[in-house]
Design a binder for this molecule. Structure first.
Ligand code: ADP
Ligand code: MG
Length: 310
């Protein structure tokens, strides 16, 4: 069986209006699994996921309790989020798989991803994370901790951290052997925990790897044939959200690069998915699909989704 990577988006665990309770997220995971678990019959699957809302919650808990328990650095919070989300996905997916009578188990791999210490992202933090602060609080934090803080679209001040390019999945051999032994592997959650290599040692750093780029790197490292990115839209569009928006059904890498340059894909949402698709295919991937969990089946019958080819 071919190996594939499926990256599930934030909507796999939380939908608009959800509070984000554990019970709710496990139910969302089960719904997602019910749409996509048929694919486990045909492929060896590695599942990756985002962690934005969940790690935001962990950071807020750390912040609120900082006088009682020592706050954990971002790499440790990232690890916490991988465990928490891995567990919730396992619970939700297990139920769905059982009802399909599939004899497959899920396992979560705490995943570190090597990044370059000299990545320009470390000099220019851009990724907003965690709670919002007032201007006054932000000034205090900048003075005390030296964090970079920015005003986030009128909603308050937020910490920004570097978003370095993922280079290598540290746990790749473990992931491959588990997949070869029939496990569905949940890995590279939240883009993975960024680590740098210094004198042979791995050191966790405070940053956030984009989850779609992390998924593309995983795909390359395990020799996956396809990358499937599941999100809140059925297809990728040109002129998205405008009156003249047009869906893309099928596109090659040269064409999509051109559309990217023309600014059709928003940074921070569709932009990184397109960059991930380009990266995966440039490294030998056969095809990339971007669609919603509900449309996955139709997409495989070429009735929905956006397919990207070399
Ligand atoms: P995820 O949690 O799955 O990564 P994101 O919100 O980061 O979700 O990215 C998916 C969103 O990107 C879509 O829900 C859509 O609102 C937005 N988007 C931006 N540009 C486009 C585009 N050109 N075509 C389709 N969706 C787009
Ligand atoms: Mg996203």
């Amino acid at each position: 069986m071919d190996k594939i990577v499926i990256a599930v988006g934030g909507n796999a665990l939380q939908r608009p209006g959800d509070k984000g309770t554990a019970k709710e997220q496990m139910k969302r995971a089960q719904e997602t699994a019910e749409s996509i678990s048929w694919i486990f019959d045909n492929y060896q699957v590695a599942l990756t996921h985002g962690n934005g809302p969940q790690v935001g919650m962990i950071l807020l808990q750390n912040e609120q309790a900082k006088d009682i328990v020592p706050p954990m650095p971002l790499d440790v919070c990232g690890a916490e989020s991988q465990g928490m989300i891995g567990y919730m996905l396992e619970q939700g997916f297990n139920n769905a798989i059982k009802s399909r009578k599939l004899n497959k188990d899920l396992i979560t791999i705490l995943t570190r991803v090597e990044v370059d210490e000299n990545d320009p992202a470390f000099k220019n933090p851009t990724k907003p994370i965690g709670p919002f602060y007032t201007r006054f609080q932000a000034q205090e934090i900048i003075r005390e901790k030296g964090w970079k803080m920015v005003e986030d679209s009128g909603r308050g001040w937020r910490r920004v951290v570097p978003s370095p390019e993922p280079m290598k999945i540290i746990e790749k051999d473990a992931i491959i052997s588990l997949m070869d032994n029939g496990f569905i592997v949940i890995a590279v959650g939240g883009g993975g925990i960024p680590v740098i290599r210094r004198n042979g040692n791995l050191i966790g750093v405070e940053g956030v790897i984009d989850k779609d780029l992390g998924a593309a790197t995983l795909g390359k490292d395990i020799g996956a044939k396809e990358l499937i990115i599941l999100t809140a839209v059925e297809k990728v569009y040109l002129n998205y959200g405008k009156e003249n928006q047009v869906p893309i059904d099928s596109v090659n890498i040269k064409e999509i690069q051109e559309y990217y340059k023309q600014g059709h894909f928003k940074p921070g949402s569709m932009g990184p998915k397109i960059l991930a698709a380009i990266k995966f295919i440039s490294n030998g991937g056969r095809k990339v699909l971007i669609t919603s969990p509900e449309s996955l089946k139709d997409a495989f019958e070429e009735k929905n989704g956006t397919w990207i080819y070399p």
